[in-house]
Design a protein around this ligand. Structure first.
Ligand SMILES: [Zn+2]
Length: 342
């Protein structure tokens, strides 16, 4: 794999386990190790990530030696791969389903990655296709992987994580089932239906492993939830927290956006008018007046910046931030007035 280079745009991200508490003693997990620090190239972005492993803080706990990973971080790319899982899946689909040649796949990927400032070598396509095939063989290999099985024994079991990935819009989804503790892919299947029966069939190889399941993680999709619940009714389940929070905060977020837009629509023309006047006055202003006008113009810039603040899901609301900024500007202007500076 090529080392990380300078890309047009890089997102920096920190990943921690989806679990917050030890599955054995319920104590809060603590950051213990950096599992990886790497660059992952997906179809959408280049990510520089730090993936931290957490552990139970209690040396007396039976789960003390277990390291918890982030299922989300593991879902981005296979271990040792710079190119993301979505690219692996796309290569597999283009080769097997669209019957494209390696050269055609190469051209397509060059085109898709160009906006990110990323180039990909033709040879890489071969590696990625091989990775795709390995992925689909994963289930038959897990039960014979002695090294992995001894790790599972040390961990006291596995945490089953189900992740549906759509390489492209449409009804085809690749489901990846992994052990969230070791990050190993347990099975992967290309499916066009997400009925509970299909989900259960997908998970059959995991059941066949006959290892202890400590917990399950999935998105909030109903068929996934039902399948996991039917297969492991006694096992604690966790919905991927980011998705839950994002979905839960959506109505509030939309409302916030509407208010913010209304604020901007009302205030922006006024600010624009004021700035126009400042500019006009500047032409005939004395040095002293020019100085004051420059200060006023800075305030106007501050207001424009406040009005253009965007929120970030799930919990960063634009209106809250904009209002705070505007309040600060107002307070500052009031003080100027008191001091008689204007
Ligand atoms: Zn513990």
């Amino acid at each position: 794999m090529k080392p990380a280079k300078q890309f047009a745009q890089v997102s920096r991200r920190f990943y921690r386990p989806e679990q917050y508490h030890c599955t054995d003693c319920q104590k809060r997990l603590r950051r213990a190790v950096t599992l990886s620090e790497r660059t992952v190239i997906t179809l959408k972005e280049v990510i520089k990530l730090v993936h931290a492993g957490y552990r139970c803080p209690d040396p007396q706990c039976t789960g003390y030696r277990r390291t918890y990973r982030s299922a989300k971080a593991d879902a981005l790319a296979l271990p040792w791969f710079t190119y993301g899982l979505d690219i692996v899946l796309l290569v597999g689909r283009l080769r097997l389903r669209e019957h494209q040649t390696v050269d055609e796949v190469h051209q397509e990927l060059l085109k898709r990655l160009e906006p990110l400032g990323v180039k990909i070598a033709r040879r890489e396509i071969l590696y990625l296709f091989e990775a795709y095939c390995t992925l689909l063989r994963a289930s038959s290999e897990a039960k014979d992987d002695q090294e992995w099985l001894s790790q599972v024994e040390k961990n006291g079991g596995i945490i089953v994580s189900v992740d549906g990935i759509q390489p492209e819009k449409g009804n085809e989804t690749v489901y990846l089932v992994r052990d969230a503790l070791t990050g190993r892919v347990l099975c992967a299947e290309n499916v066009t239906s997400s009925e509970t029966a299909v989900m259960k069939a997908l998970l059959a190889p995991v059941v066949a492993l006959e290892v202890k399941v400590l917990g399950t993680i999935s998105d909030a999709q109903e068929s996934e939830l039902l399948a996991l619940q039917e297969l492991w009714p006694e096992v604690p389940h966790q919905v991927c927290q980011f998705h839950v929070l994002r979905d839960a905060s959506k109505p509030a977020f939309e409302a916030d956006k509407a208010v913010k837009t209304a604020m901007r629509k009302r205030l922006q023309p006024k600010v624009r008018e004021v700035r126009k006047q400042i500019k006009k006055h500047l032409a005939t202003a004395s040095p002293q007046e020019a100085k004051q006008l420059a200060v006023l113009d800075e305030y106007a810039t501050g207001i424009v910046t406040a009005l253009n603040t965007d929120g970030l899901q799930p919990f960063k609301y634009a209106t809250v931030q904009t209002s705070q900024m505007l309040d600060e500007i107002e307070a500052s202007l009031q003080q100027l007035l008191k001091k008689g500076g204007l």
